[in-house]
Design a binder for this molecule. Structure first.
Ligand code: NDP
Length: 477
């Protein structure tokens, strides 16, 4: 029988109400393990454990919190190869990408080890003579953290680390398709010295475990990353009971390529932004908005480059694009690829056979797309991008902003004037000039506008906005 991985509730490893296999998308015969599936009763037990642990943890020494987070960060970094391999095996991103994500998670824990010590408030004179006003930040309480499959260690890290740093207790539900990294993280946190109940892992389905967390009156805040549809459903329920929410959701990110761009740079930025990590990134630049003077050269060079990209087993040396994560996601990608809507498919979009059976798909490029087509408006979440022709910079900016979402936006140009204008006027939470629309450093805010995000930003100093609540106190002599 495959290895079984238990949930972590109240400081104990607890067998699941059920079990689910975790399969390798690069090799469907490879079962990584059987992972516990919690039911609603176990989710409630985890919430009760977190509630019981909150009183002490919320006033624990910042030195203790900092040391525990620092140790967790060191352990993640020390195990980077092993956890990176697990991540590549369960999610399908290439081994270098997976090790890079693991290193990122380690750095996030170390950053928040420092933030635990740096949490500051304010002291102001009152308008009443002789009286001072203090503004302090206190932990929120029990926080429910619900994460997607596409960054199975970095996203949990950037929620768990600030939650614990600022004195909250955690109930964590990872995505069902990638539970392996979540269990590795739980193991590391359990060994780092957290008191029982401060951190709890309850893997299982969103409709059971996720729902239990979202609707439980003891969960003071919910930080969610995932699709727009799920985020909206969570928001409605959470607001109904006045819980705090932070939602990071999908996006249809634009990359503008202007006539004055260097074609080589534009192709590199587009390939990395749209296709790396198999295009399964919320920041993926799946809309390539290209002005007329460079359009044909850019399309020719990008098409050529896509043909040379090596799509293969995530663990194989030299693989540039790993498999799609799971059959339903592959079906979704192929469904969009099949609906041409008048656009022309000039590269990829085909199932590929490799030495092992997996969900391999060649990177697909559409040209002659318009911004009203479904492939231009809906997040596909696979290695699929479309080129939309623009009539100069102003038109390109208008097209870039003509979307319901606004996580990241990029531009490739050698014009300082256009780069500066785009930075200011792109309706997105993050803007990249001559860089791929990938994630941002761990010490700066991550998040979007419009339908992409709701609530305070994640990461960096800004994380305190969600994970703390402000108190205003008066002191008279
Ligand atoms: P989903 O919204 O399907 O799932 C996200 C998480 O929510 C999973 O853990 C899921 O559980 C859980 N969930 C599902 N239904 C409910 C529910 N009713 N109540 C509570 N929790 C629920 O997204 P995906 O996992 O498919 O992730 C892909 C999406 O995530 C993309 O749209 C992508 O853009 C977005 N994303 C956004 C990022 C950002 O920061 N903006 C970063 C990364 C991804 P289960 O495992 O059962 O499905």
């Amino acid at each position: 029988m495959a290895n079984r991985f238990h949930n972590y509730i109240g400081g104990e490893w607890v067998a699941g109400a059920d079990w689910a296999p975790n399969r390798n998308p690069s090799d469907l015969q490879d079962v990584i393990g059987e992972y516990a599936q919690a039911d609603a009763a176990q989710a409630n037990a985890a919430i009760a454990a977190a509630s019981a642990a909150f009183r002490q943890w919320s006033v624990s020494s910042v030195q203790d919190r900092s040391s525990i987070l620092d140790k967790a960060g060191s352990d993640i970094l020390a195990r980077r190869e092993e956890i990176g391999r697990l991540l590549a095996r369960e999610e399908g991103k290439t081994l270098p990408e997976a090790i890079g994500e693991t290193v990122r998670a380690g750095h996030i824990f170390k950053f928040f080890a420092g933030e635990a010590l740096r949490l500051s408030g304010e002291k102001l004179p009152s308008v009443r003579p002789g009286v001072d006003v203090e503004i302090t930040r206190e932990p929120l309480g029990v926080v429910g953290l619900i994460t997607p499959w596409n960054f199975p260690i970095a996203i949990p890290a950037w929620k768990i680390a600030p939650a614990l740093a600022f004195g909250n207790t955690v109930v964590f539900k990872p995505a069902q398709w990638t539970p392996g990294c979540a269990f590795a993280l739980a193991e590391i946190l359990a060994a780092a010295g957290l008191p029982p109940g401060v951190f709890n892992l309850v893997a299982g389905s969103g409709s059971v475990v996720g729902e239990a967390i979202v609707s439980h009156p003891s969960v003071a805040g919910i930080s969610f990353t995932g699709s727009v549809a799920t985020g909206r459903a969570i928001a409605r329920k959470a607001i109904d009971r006045m819980a705090r929410i932070q939602l990071e959701m999908g996006s249809k990110n634009p990359l503008v390529v202007l006539d004055d761009a260097d074609v080589g740079t534009a192709v590199n930025v587009a390939v990395q932004g749209a296709y790396y990590s198999t295009g399964q990134r919320c920041t993926a630049s799946s809309r390539l908005i290209v002005t007329g003077g460079i359009h044909d050269r850019f399309v020719a060079a990008l098409t050529e480059k896509l043909r040379t990209l090596r799509v293969d087993n995530a663990l194989a040396p030299g693989t540039e694009i790993g498999p799609v994560v799971e059959q339903p996601q592959l079906d979704q990608d192929l469904d969009y690829i099949g609906q041409r809507e008048g656009a022309r498919l000039v590269a990829g979009g085909e199932r590929l056979d490799r030495a092992t059976e997996g969900y391999y798909l060649s990177p697909a490029l559409f040209v002659d797309a318009t911004n009203d087509m479904r492939i231009s408006r809906e997040e596909i979440f696979g290695p699929v991008a479309c080129v939309i022709r623009a009539d100069g910079y102003d038109d390109a900016l208008t097209l870039a902003n003509d979307t319901d979402t606004g996580l990241s936006a990029g531009i490739v140009t050698t014009s300082l004037k256009h780069a500066s204008h785009f930075k200011r006027h792109a309706e997105a939470g993050m803007v990249m000039v001559n860089l791929p629309t990938a994630g941002v450093d761990y010490h700066v805010p991550f998040g979007g506008r419009k339908g992409s995000s709701y609530g305070p930003r994640e990461q960096g100093r800004y994380a305190a906005e969600f994970y703390t609540t402000v108190k205003t106190a008066y002191v008279a002599p």
